[in-house]
Design a binder for this molecule. Structure first.
Ligand code: GTB
Length: 215
């Protein structure tokens, strides 16, 4: 039975790899698992067939035989638990890697998402510009802490894990803002993630679907 994930029929980012199916593709590539993709439109995501798989009508989802999952963190954790390459075997090291998965999604991603909201959902509000410095300051504060912890290390723990996969994926959402460049060690960390062959395969696969037409 081949794993099937869902992704945007056409991602609004035009192939930058920022939609969350890229994280799942990356985990599947690291685990060397073949997968199929079912593409869904925004309208289809809100229909009963998709809502039966994803209660919030979003992508990505993950189907493997009778098992259906939603939420990127849960999907990446599931892949990492059952296959090699994404979590260390030693129980304590494994727990630390899982901690970084949670840290990426619940301590670093929220201020990053706040920036997307401030720009795209609230950008036309009269108070939007006034709020922006606060949004950036909260991101900077979190990035400074993360950079302090990472130091000059290659990865957050002794080897690459699902924690790095999610952290790099979250940080990639900041690339366009330029804020990552204020933290050279984090920019280099993200570049190391992007240089992994599994990330390159995942990125190329989503780009093949989402790249804007050339003519
Ligand atoms: N917590 C969930 C998870 O981690 O899986 C969040 C899932 C989610 O936000 N999915 C988004 C979605 O389906 C796509 S990834 N949105 C449609 C909807 O809610 O109706 C978020 C996203 C979308 C677009 C860009 N982009 O264009 O740059 C980047 C990220």
């Amino acid at each position: 039975m081949t794993i099937t994930i869902t992704a945007f029929e056409r991602s609004p980012d035009g192939g930058k790899g920022l939609a969350r199916d890229t994280r799942v593709r990356w985990a599947l590539e690291e685990a060397e698992l073949p997968y199929d993709v079912r593409f869904v439109s925004f309208a289809e995501m809100k229909q009963p067939a998709h809502l039966a798989v994803h209660p919030f009508g979003q992508i990505p989802t993950f189907e493997d035989g009778d098992l259906t999952l939603f939420e990127t963190g849960a999907i990446v954790f599931h892949i990492a638990e059952r296959h090699t390459n994404l979590l260390p075997a030693d129980p304590d090291a494994r727990a630390r890697a899982v901690t970084w998965m949670f840290a990426a999604l619940s301590s670093v991603e929220p201020p990053v998402l706040d920036l997307q909201t401030a720009k795209f959902a609230e950008g036309d509000k009269p108070w939007a510009q006034e709020r922006m410095p606060l949004v950036f300051d909260r991101i900077r504060a979190r990035l400074r802490q993360l950079a302090d912890r990472l130091g000059d290390a290659e990865w957050l723990e002794s080897s690459f894990s699902a924690g790095d996969l999610l952290m790099v994926s979250v940080l990639l959402r900041l690339r366009m803002s330029g804020i990552l460049d204020e933290f050279p060690t984090l920019a280099a960390y993200v570049a190391r993630g992007e240089a992994r062959p599994a990330y390159k395969r995942a990125f190329a696969a989503q780009l093949a679907v989402n790249a804007p037409p050339t003519d």
